[in-house]
Design a binder for this molecule. Structure first.
Ligand SMILES: *[C@@H]1O[C@H](CO)[C@@H](O)[C@H](O)[C@H]1NC(C)=O
Ligand SMILES: *[C@@H]1O[C@H](CO)[C@@H](O)[C@H](O)[C@H]1NC(C)=O
Ligand SMILES: *[C@@H]1O[C@H](CO)[C@@H](O)[C@H](O)[C@H]1NC(C)=O
Ligand SMILES: *[C@@H]1O[C@H](CO)[C@@H](O)[C@H](O)[C@H]1NC(C)=O
Ligand SMILES: *[C@@H]1O[C@H](CO)[C@@H](O)[C@H](O)[C@H]1NC(C)=O
Ligand SMILES: *[C@@H]1O[C@H](CO)[C@@H](O)[C@H](O)[C@H]1NC(C)=O
Ligand SMILES: *[C@@H]1O[C@H](CO)[C@@H](O)[C@H](O)[C@H]1NC(C)=O
Ligand SMILES: *[C@@H]1O[C@H](CO)[C@@H](O)[C@H](O)[C@H]1NC(C)=O
Ligand SMILES: *[C@@H]1O[C@H](CO)[C@@H](O)[C@H](O)[C@H]1NC(C)=O
Ligand SMILES: *[C@@H]1O[C@H](CO)[C@@H](O)[C@H](O)[C@H]1NC(C)=O
Length: 649
């Protein structure tokens, strides 16, 4: 467990604890009312028509005189909590439209908060659907309303065009005429009204004009839970009262039994304390383990230092500094081996590979990479500058390749963007030649034959001049354990699509399997196509190789060439190279040319090897070569016999 995980756990705990007192949200928004919205509303003597709630609907033909109705949002809203001493706040905006049917119209519409979602009997006329004669003035009514009154129906009503604040009665504790504000409720036009309650003041705006704002404590009058909605009524004077749109935002003070909540709080806090002490103890214990545990790679340092070929050893501190503490901004890539970071060491750009904890690269591979590959110097190999082994982590420092890997240039037009042109035929030729040189050097140029075992476009790096640099030695692969007989292909190192058919039978890499991968790479570079069928990667028959054999059979091998080259290439050189690639991908490993021959063909010293018109069947064991054109054309070193592999491979 690392520090960030501890922080995450702590954060989670805080969140968990937080939910107990968290203020949520009770909100909804109806830009218009559709019939489907009816199920979310409680409607009594009201209905949805013409995209609006008709609180007193025009019941076709029937008189709407002496009528009252209500419409509520289905879920109740928790207004306050006595036990917690909390009061919710809310704001709501709605568009109302009142169309008088008689001159004058009547009676009015109101926004109400009511404990009871039913409609009081006989609440028509002056009662506005808020109360009736028996509940008026009674604290049992449990209702609060902001009335939009269109009729002066009793003495205290100031006029027939006002807004009032009513509590448990139709008697308004505050009323303001809209006439002075230039607003006419009965004008049949849409009027926007906003009611806000911040826990202290009740504020009403109509048509964006402040009507009133007064200190008001809802919890003095209403029950903890209320339904929010509208009511309206008619009398002898009738009108259509509709709500065209409605939005409501209310804070949601959590429900729940107090004692239970304290219990939960107590449990959460104790759990947090327990988990925290656990984490602290674990970290302490782990640190001790780190300090005193056995070295996971014992003797690694000595083995590397014993080799005279080993490159520079770096301190973790230096690498940290070079990569700004392995900042993710410096990340160049990620693979099975771990992560690669860009860094600046002694003012030189470098690529630093940091082995992940569960990396497939073991100690032996690391040592092999550092001591053997570290000693290899070739202009077409990515150079290993140094290494580091500290705090149970392995690091490799390479020279930095500004143009990244080849695959992004040959496959992905997207990433290429407009600035980077497709690689020209000349560039592709130079790249292939470079890889061939590197591979020839590995196979024939060093003391021991070195097998790369994972030649593919993503392992070819490009320097600033687009020269190919073979990289990724031993990192992207699993180690092939000798003496074990595996039938599982999972253990076989390499990348599907690049692996020779016999790989699965002999379960190990050879010089010939490297040549095969090289052939696939050449085809990719020339055709701009991925090696396998994208759909079935392991389907040998649908691979690029099989495709090329088919075109070759039809004598149309040049059809395979990447269209992005716009036919700008030397046809003879191109077909020569394609045939060479096919020869490298010969199903019979004995028939594949050596890298020496490949180089000679590339420099046009010798013609490409002859390949049959039709793809030969894959036969195993492979027929030994029946004849040899010349000694240079055959494999001099390994011939599938035990070959020198790097230690640990
Ligand atoms: C109301 O109904 C319409 C139509 O079905 C739907 O698109 C909209 O989301 C509903 N509104 C709400 C707030 O549920
Ligand atoms: C309105 O609703 C009340 C109560 O639900 C009911 O008694 C009354 O008959 C209804 N009025 C009309 C006109 O439908
Ligand atoms: C409405 O009610 C009032 C008083 O209750 C009554 O006088 C009047 O006749 C009623 N009007 C209609 C149209 O029913
Ligand atoms: C309405 O309330 C919501 C949530 O409480 C808030 O985000 C919003 O700003 C408020 N709007 C106004 C106009 O006060
Ligand atoms: C007022 O409404 C209540 C509840 O609907 C009802 O019980 C009561 O009888 C009504 N009073 C009158 C006078 O209609
Ligand atoms: C309604 O109740 C209020 C008291 O809250 C009272 O002042 C008013 O006169 C009553 N109105 C009617 C019409 O009974
Ligand atoms: C409001 O508008 C209606 C319809 O246009 C009109 O009859 C009425 O006189 C107006 N009332 C006021 C107070 O302006
Ligand atoms: C409202 O009244 C309640 C008691 O009913 C009280 O606890 C609360 O502090 C009051 N709120 C304000 C803003 O005065
Ligand atoms: C509440 O309204 C009063 C009167 O309008 C005003 O003086 C006061 O500042 C308001 N308080 C808040 C918190 O809005
Ligand atoms: C309603 O109209 C009827 C006649 O249509 C009349 O008798 C009654 O007094 C009126 N009531 C009110 C409250 O205006």
């Amino acid at each position: 467990m690392c520090f960030s995980q501890v922080v995450k756990s702590l954060f989670l705990l805080v969140l968990l604890g937080g939910t107990l007192t968290q203020v949520g949200c009770f909100s909804f928004k109806y830009p218009a009312f559709k019939n489907e919205n009816g199920s979310q509303l409680i409607m009594i003597n009201s209905s949805i028509q013409l995209d609006a709630i008709q609180v007193t609907p025009d019941a076709s033909g029937a008189s709407i005189a002496n009528y009252s109705g209500r419409a509520f949002y289905k879920e109740p809203f928790r207004l306050w909590s006595k036990s917690k001493g909390l009061t919710a706040n809310f704001n709501t905006t709605f568009v109302l439209n009142i169309s008088p049917r008689t001159p004058p119209g009547g009676e009015g519409l109101s926004f109400i908060l009511a404990a009871d979602a039913t409609l009081p009997q006989n609440s028509e006329g002056q009662w506005l659907g808020i109360v009736n004669a028996s509940t008026n003035g009674s604290s049992q009514a449990n209702v609060m309303a902001v009335e939009f009154d269109t009729r002066k129906s009793y003495q205290e009503d100031i006029d027939d065009n006002h807004v009032g604040l009513d509590v448990n009665s139709i008697y308004s504790i505050k009323q303001v005429s809209l006439t002075n504000l230039g607003i006419n409720l009965s004008s049949e036009s849409d009027i926007t009204a906003t009611v806000q309650y911040d826990g202290k003041n009740m504020t009403v705006y109509v048509a964006s004009k402040l009507v009133f704002s007064l200190p008001f404590n809802l919890s003095h009058y209403l029950l903890e839970e209320v339904f929010v909605g509208f009511s309206a009524s008619t009398s002898n004077g009738t009108e259509l009262n509709c709500i065209r749109s409605w939005e409501f935002y209310g804070s949601d003070i959590d429900d729940g039994d107090d004692d239970l909540e304290f219990l939960w709080l107590w449990i959460t806090v104790s759990a947090a304390v327990l988990v925290l002490s656990g984490i602290v103890f674990y970290l302490y214990w782990q640190r001790k383990q780190v300090l005193y545990a056995d070295d996971p790679y014992p003797g690694l340092e000595d083995q590397i230092k014993g080799s005279s070929m080993a490159p520079q050893k770096f301190k973790l501190k230096e690498l940290r500094k070079a990569t700004a503490n392995f900042n993710h901004k410096n990340k160049l890539g990620k693979g099975g081996f771990g992560t690669v970071y860009k860094g600046l060491l002694a003012n030189k750009e470098v690529a630093i590979k940091r082995n992940s904890k569960n990396s497939s690269q073991g100690k032996q591979e690391f040592i092999a990479e550092v001591t053997t590959i570290g000693s290899l110097h070739h202009k077409n190999l990515v150079r290993l500058i140094g290494w580091c082994y500290e705090r149970r982590e392995l690091f490799l420092v390479y020279e930095f390749m500004p143009n990244g890997s080849l695959d992004k240039f040959i496959f992905d037009d997207e990433k290429l963007g407009m600035e980077e042109p497709t690689l020209t035929w000349e560039k592709r030729h130079i790249i292939i030649h470079g890889v061939a040189e590197a591979l020839d050097y590995l196979h024939n140029g060093c003391e021991k034959t070195v097998l790369h075992r994972d030649i593919k476009a993503s392992n070819i790096m490009l320097d600033s001049e687009f020269n190919a640099r073979l990289g990724d030695f031993g990192l992207a692969r699993t180690i092939q354990q000798r003496g074990k007989t595996h039938h599982s292909t999972i253990e076989i190192a390499g990348t599907p699509g690049y692996m020779a058919p016999e790989t699965f039978l002999i379960s190990r890499a050879t010089v010939e399997t490297d040549v095969y991968s090289f052939g696939v790479l050449v085809l990719e570079v020339l055709c701009g196509r991925k090696p396998g069928n994208q759909i079935e990667e392991n389907d040998y028959n649908s691979s690029i190789v099989y495709w090329l054999w088919e075109l070759h059979k039809k004598g149309r091998i040049l059809d395979a060439v990447d269209l992005r080259l716009n036919k700008e290439f030397d046809e003879e050189g191109m077909s020569c190279m394609l045939v060479l690639a096919l020869a490298c991908c010969h199903p019979n490993p004995h028939q594949r040319p050596s890298m020496k021959t490949v180089l000679q063909v590339l420099t046009r010293e010798v013609p490409p090897p002859l390949v049959p018109m039709e793809r030969p069947a894959f036969v195993w064991p492979a027929m030994p070569p029946s004849f040899k054109e010349d000694s240079g054309n055959s494999l001099s070193k390994s011939q599938l016999s035990p070959f020198t592999e790097l230690s640990g491979r």
